[in-house]
Design a protein around this ligand. Sequence first.
Ligand SMILES: NC(=O)c1ccc[n+]([C@@H]2O[C@H](COP(=O)([O-])OP(=O)(O)OC[C@H]3O[C@@H](n4cnc5c(N)ncnc54)[C@H](O)[C@@H]3O)[C@@H](O)[C@H]2O)c1
Length: 311
Amino acid sequence: MPCFVVTGGGGFIGSHIVRTLLDRGDSVRVVDDFSTGKRENLAEVEADIDLHVADIRNLEALRPVFEGADYVLHQGAIPSVPRSVQDPISSHEANCTGTLNVLIAARDAGVKRVVQASSSSVYGSNPALPKVETMRPMPISPYAATKLTQEAYASAFYGSFGLETVSLRYFNVFGPRQDPKSQYAAVIPIFCTKLLANQSPTIYGDGEQTRDFTYVANVVQANIKAAEATDGAGGAFNIACGQRLSLNDLLARLCAIMGADIEAIYEPERVGDVKHSLADISAAQAAFGYEPSVDFDEGLRRTAEFFSAGA
Ligand SMILES: NC(=O)c1ccc[n+]([C@@H]2O[C@H](COP(=O)([O-])OP(=O)(O)OC[C@H]3O[C@@H](n4cnc5c(N)ncnc54)[C@H](O)[C@@H]3O)[C@@H](O)[C@H]2O)c1
């Protein structure tokens, strides 16, 4: 039975990865300091995992956890653009120093492959659509700069030490357990909770900005396929659905699913936000057989159901 370490396993995406690995019968170790994630995300699986409450900024804390592991799925990070604009140093420390530690611990433990969470934000102000991995990254937020740095370290560790690494550029992931309450929460959980409370959500800008919203199960599948593949080492790959939707359309679709009739409040655009986002996913398809299996509408329905059940 393969052994996986999931950093950030107490977070939104990490906690979905953990459940899928357990369902497959894999052995799962989690590293999380619960700084942005929550222990209750793991509540009903805690007895089945080996949980280490540890900080990835501390290399020595990682070494014993990585010993004997086959794969590392590195999700741990401070994941927010606006938070990185407010406080670039703590984003840098968790995302860049933390990743360097993960790579060193993985190299020294003889891990077969490290798959890590990068982000579509690395494309930044490059206006071309769809985003293809061969395009020049042009980060416009400190967060995007940390993710590009993570990618550079990952490919450098493949080049210098032969440690197999794959970076996955996630495009706007959404689904159950995504935190709606944080000051830096993402748009879909905020829209769901606002509609349930019969309140108007805020849209920054005119709402015509577009995103390639990606249901979390697709990201889970990408991590596992990328880990177990033989191709792709040293590379970075888009992980998305390959369709885009404006925030205005998103709100309209959510209103239809949730039976609401609510208009947005419009505020000025936020610093660091990109205007449009759409992925070409053919590289991940070719390298490790990635294929989105849950489409946007089905994912939105499952997500709305999750938030409605908790309301
Ligand atoms: N959600 C998205 O749309 C999206 C898009 C692109 C990339 N990503 C990336 O995916 C990964 C997971 O994001 P998420 O949306 O699940 O966010 P999240 O905040 O729910 O998960 C991140 C997890 O990392 C943990 N963490 C943070 N700093 C840590 C540290 N120093 N030591 C140990 N653990 C630490 C947090 O406690 C949390 O559980 C992140 O790397 C993020 O940058 C997410």
